[in-house]
Design a binder for this molecule. Structure first.
Ligand SMILES: Nc1ncnc2c1ncn2[C@@H]1O[C@H](COP(=O)(O)OP(=O)(O)OP(=O)(O)O)[C@@H](O)[C@H]1O
Ligand SMILES: [Mg+2]
Length: 337
């Protein structure tokens, strides 16, 4: 504890909600929590101590250096390249302030969907075959490698999150369509491109939470467009809420165990901490394919998957916030008042 009072001082590091239209490019930025969710998290944190707001930006960094903060509750995704999610943990570590969630390296690896797929495959976790494109000039050179994956293919930004840069046109059935979608990502999203084989089938999310030890929360199914196996969670679909969350998912126990086993393995390999949501699709061949890992999952008690998974395990959304703060404090051996 710092200061003369015994009240815990909690820095709340978050992103200011962004108006997509104001950003000028549709579907680039829908990643941040909305103001209702931010207010709700703030309300939960204020029951645990005094809250200092740290919206991402230069002013908050200066405030952080000049204020005695006992712990940071971090949900900052920031903007820019693959270091964006690592910035708050890196600064917190430099200042010796404990923080919730995964460290800078773990977040940096997770934000890069190409690297996480390389790591997943190396660890025996199935993931659809893929090719990475960093420059427009590579597209023609890699045409044979790309087409060897077999259409239909899926085209997405390497470091996007919350369906940023994933439009309905992301599923492509020709090289011409692939060129158009890839160039849009390279130019408008300013990101590299991940081309993968499209996996038709059901979509599942695993949730992992550390409460003493690492626990698997019930697996959730994301039913898109009434269960159409060809449907996928594009920006358009996300913004029109055409999904149903079913938790626990109605799947056989061995499928649940497989999803949870892969998730556990990847979480530990990346040295994630506290929590993560891991997304999969089950192909028509029955194989569970890893899509991506989110160590900063959405926390809205109204519509995010992770709090629903925690609730299905008997942990209410407010308790979830408290568990995360307690974990961070336990790592630094600071006392909870
Ligand atoms: N290879 C694939 N085959 C089929 N659908 C896919 C594939 N990759 C992604 N998708 C679809 O696109 C959606 C978004 O992809 P992904 O989870 O990689 O991106 P994201 O924007 O980081 O998502 P999140 O909202 O979970 O942060 C998935 O939920 C899934 O519906
Ligand atoms: Mg996802």
């Amino acid at each position: 504890m710092t200061g003369s009072s015994s009240k815990l001082i909690i820095g709340f590091a978050y992103d200011n909600p962004v108006n997509n239209q104001a950003m000028g490019v549709e579907s680039i930025s829908c990643e941040y929590e909305d103001s209702e969710t931010l207010d709700w998290i703030h309300h939960c944190l204020s029951k645990l101590g005094e809250v200092i707001k740290l919206p991402w930006g230069r002013e908050s960094l200066i405030k952080l250096i000049n204020t005695n903060v006992d712990v940071i509750f971090n949900i900052t995704e920031a903007t820019g390249g693959r270091n964006r999610e690592s910035l708050v943990p890196a600064v917190a570590e430099a200042l010796g302030i404990p923080y919730t969630g995964t460290d800078a390296v773990g977040l940096g690896l997770s934000v890069d969907k190409y690297l996480t797929k390389v790591i997943a495959s190396h660890n025996g976790i199935p993931t659809s075959p893929f090719v990475r494109i960093d420059y427009s000039s590579e597209l023609d050179k890699k045409q044979a490698d790309i087409e060897a994956l077999g259409y239909p293919l899926f085209v997405k930004p390497v470091t996007g999150g919350s369906s940023q840069g994933i439009r309905q046109s992301a599923r492509v059935a020709s090289f011409e369509a692939l060129l158009s979608e890839s160039n849009w990502i390279l130019e408008s999203c300013q990101d590299s491109v991940l081309v993968e084989k499209f996996i038709p089938g059901r979509e599942f999310d695993a949730g992992l939470l550390e409460t003493g030890s690492l626990k698997c929360l019930p697996v959730a199914e994301l039913r898109l467009d009434g269960g159409d196996p060809e449907a996928f969670y594009s920006y358009e679909m996300k913004s029109t809420h055409r999904k149903e969350i079913i938790c626990p998912a109605d799947i056989p126990q061995d499928v649940t165990r497989q999803i949870q086993g892969y998730s556990h393995r990847l979480f530990n390999t990346l040295h994630c901490r506290d929590l993560a949501r891991i997304d999969f699709r089950r192909g028509e061949d029955g194989i569970i394919y890893f899509l991506e890992i989110n160590p900063l999952p959405g926390l809205s008690p109204l519509y995010s998957v992770f709090p629903k998974q925690a609730e299905a395990a008997g942990i209410n959304p407010e308790e979830l916030i408290e568990i995360l703060v307690r974990n961070a404090l336990a790592r630094s051996a600071k006392a909870f008042p």
